[in-house]
Structure formats: C-alpha cells, structure tokens
Design a protein around this ligand. Structure first.
Ligand SMILES: [Zn+2]
Ligand SMILES: [Zn+2]
Length: 143
C-alpha cells in the first residue's frame, strides 16, 4: 500500500499496491508540465487506486491530442489521472509519500530532451511508447 498527496494536502490518494517500476518522459509537454526536464511516472490498475480526498479540487487541462494534466486547484501540483479511456491510473512519482524502492524501465521521447536534461536509464526510446500494452508489460502492471 502507498499513499500520496499534493503540495498543500488538499488532494490525497491511496494505492493498494506498491509500484516497482517507473518510466521517464522527456517530451515537450512533460517538460512544461513539470517545469523540469522530464516527468517520472508509473501506472496502476484503476481497481488498485482510491481517492482519499480532494477530487473536487482537481482541475483538468486537456490538449486536443489527448494529453492531459490534472492538478490541484489550490497548490498546482500535478495529480494522478485516469489514463485516457483505459482502466489505468497515471501516477506522478513525486506525490508518493512512501519511500519505495523502484527501478526505471526506460526513458521516452529522448529526441525531444533538452541538452541540459541528462538523466537516462539503460533503455532509451527516442519516441513515445508504441502501445499501452508495451508500457504495462514493462511496468509489470498485471490485469
Ligand atoms: Zn494541493
Ligand atoms: Zn511526455
């Protein structure tokens, strides 16, 4: 089990599982979303995710391409969101309050990375993942 919350604590959630893997995305959108070079995130089954509080405090910004940034209306922290039309929640790692020992499964969109954004794992992909199935397999999220 793992818990997480935004900067101000208005939005909090809980996971029934402890994720073991995460990925980095260096795309332009993730750079703007985080204000740094890349985001670090994982996915969990929707059934393993529960909002504790603050769902009403979330603002959702969506791009026509489908990219989405849900954030706390009070403090601006990016918060989890239901990934497009799938039964999976996208989780930004920094919100988790527990110290989980996690391994990076790869870096995506490295072609878009800024020269000062040097973090890379052993597996670098110059573009986004081809499919959700691929990333779920790499993250070992089981159905
Ligand atoms: Zn907040
Ligand atoms: Zn990205």
């Amino acid at each position: 089990m793992a818990t997480g919350q935004c900067l101000c604590g208005a939005v909090s959630f809980c996971l029934a599982v402890e994720p073991r893997f995460f990925y980095r995305c260096h795309c332009t959108l993730c750079r703007k979303q985080t204000g740094v070079g890349h985001n670090l995130a994982t996915l969990v089954n929707a059934r393993d995710f529960r909002w504790e509080k603050g769902q009403g405090a979330i603002t959702s910004w969506r791009k026509s391409s489908g990219y989405r940034n849900d954030f706390c209306s009070s403090c601006g922290s990016t918060v989890p969101n239901l990934l497009r039309e799938t039964p999976y929640f996208w989780i930004p790692l920094g919100l988790l309050d527990v110290e989980l020992s996690m391994e990076c499964i790869g870096d995506f969109c490295t072609d878009d990375a800024m020269p000062w954004d040097e973090h890379r794992s052993g597996k670098s992909h110059c573009t986004a993942p081809d499919s959700l199935g691929f990333i779920l397999q790499e993250l070992q999220v089981n159905d």
